[in-house]
Design a protein around this ligand. Structure first.
Ligand code: UD1
Length: 417
């Protein structure tokens, strides 16, 4: 078992470079099978979610080569084999193979995806979208068989602006006959990144980044070269860490516009920020003004930054609140923040944080990916030693986190126990 040990209370000085976005990468890798030619994706983060998707590609007899920061995918000898449960359960995003295989072969057989336990995480909207395109969906225990004689473009309205459903329907529709319109589509930057990739391969997608996406089906997709956008959630996590411990801390290679909601909240509470074209510099302050955040679909405050942001709220003066509207089980980090000295109560979907409270090192658990990021942020601020278990959650989403934080002065290490 691996644990992370952090000796906190240190100032962090220097530059952290942001990696490619996990949530774009995990869709781009499955999307690459839609061509029969070679796709090169660069700025791919070295995280265990990338490894898990490359393992699925290999199981499907796809040729995958990884060089530093890039993945070259060639599906010319690919076979449409059932994706075993041991692969699909490793991560949520394995479900993008459903849309991609359906789009390519008109048939996908795989098991219910895994991922963080942050809520029920149904995939009904994905399946409804596939059905609207002409597919039938059979569900035997945990296994899904989705197939179609022919995929035909359709008008699809999403009841919820789901990131996963928007991308999965896009993947299934790019090679369907005729035009598909997705209304109430999610608008996250990762969706734009995936649409650009598909368009570079010859797809005809317009409107990605707005709530109406139009897809004109094409017969063939060709080779392409594509770059993953910077990870806005990784960037936001380190900016929050900068507000807690920066002296000063520069977060480089990011797109500030993707972080507008976070940045405006940081400005509201009084964080010292310098925002450049592709960087943010932060300096810690002793205390901040309290605030309320409410998570929402993009461009609202990202649910994936809610947990790290709560750590900052423990250092705000007075009563702060966090309202979680996307996931029903995203407060599992709170008991551990309280163990480190925070004063937080949770009622329904709202956490109330009283601050400022000093944080002190202790043993905590990374209950999910972003809860793990919150533990790291809190441990860096806390005096003394914090030991974090279940760190595999953190390693799923943060590339070289130990090296990046060590390079700016953190005392952090990964140990086998
Ligand atoms: C993606 C992100 C995740 C982020 C989330 C919301 C990836 C790999 N993960 O997850 O980090 O927290 O967006 O920004 O990109 N829903 C349904 N039925 C469905 C699909 C979703 O009811 O078929 C509900 C979910 O339960 C949730 C909401 O819609 O309440 C949003 O989910 P969705 O946007 O689909 O999240 P993911 O794509 O799973």
């Amino acid at each position: 078992m691996k644990v992370m040990e952090i000796i906190g209370g240190k100032d962090l000085t220097g530059t952290i470079r942001i990696s490619g976005a996990k949530n774009a990468t995990v869709a781009l890798i499955p999307a690459a099978i839609l061509t029969d030619e070679e796709a090169t994706i660069c700025n791919v983060p070295e995280i265990t979610d990338t490894d898990a998707l490359c393992d699925i590609l290999k199981a499907l007899k796809v040729d995958v080569k990884r060089a530093s920061e890039s993945v070259v995918i060639n599906p010319k000898d690919m076979e449409n084999i059932e994706i075993a449960e041991e692969y699909s359960k490793k991560l949520r995003a394995s479900y993008y193979f459903m849309g991609a295989l359906l789009g390519k072969y008109k048939k996908a057989v795989m098991y219910f995806p895994g991922g963080c336990s942050i809520g029920a995480r149904p995939i009904d909207l994905h399946l409804k979208g596939f059905e609207a395109l002409g597919a039938t969906v059979k569900n035997e225990k945990n296994k899904y068989i989705v197939e179609a004689k022919e995929l035909k473009g359709a008008n699809i309205y999403l009841d919820i602006a789901s990131v996963g459903a928007t991308i999965n329907i896009m993947l299934a529709a790019v090679k369907a006959k005729g035009k598909t319109v997705i209304d109430n589509a999610a608008k996250e930057p990762e969706i734009v990144n995936v649409a650009t990739f598909l368009n570079n391969m010859g797809a005809k997608i317009s409107g990605a980044g707005t709530s109406t996406i139009k897809i004109e089906g094409v017969d063939y997709l060709h080779q392409c070269f594509h770059e993953v956008i910077p990870d806005r959630i990784e960037a936001g996590t380190y900016i929050i860490i900068g507000a807690l411990c920066g002296s000063p801390l520069k977060i480089d290679n990011l797109i500030p516009e993707h972080l507008d909601a976070l940045i405006s909240k940081l400005e509201e509470i009084g964080v010292d920020l310098e925002i450049g074209t592709d960087y943010v510099i932060t300096n810690k302050k002793d205390t901040y003004k309290s605030t309320t955040i409410k998570t929402a679909v993009y461009p609202g405050f990202p649910t994936d930054l809610q947990q790290p942001f709560t750590v900052l709220q423990t250092q705000c003066n007075g009563k702060s609140k966090t309202v979680e509207t996307i996931w029903e089980n995203r407060f599992m980090h709170i008991p551990y923040l309280n163990k480190l000295g925070a004063d937080i109560t949770v009622k329904n979907q709202t956490a109330t944080i009283l601050g400022p409270t000093p944080l002190k090192g202790d043993d905590v658990v990374a209950t999910d990916l972003r809860a793990g990021a919150a533990m790291v942020a809190a441990a860096l601020k806390a005096e003394g030693k914090t030991t974090i278990t279940n760190v595999e959650h953190i390693l799923r989403g943060y590339e070289s986190i130990i090296e990046k934080l060590t390079s700016v002065g953190a005392k952090i290490s990964l140990k086998d126990v």
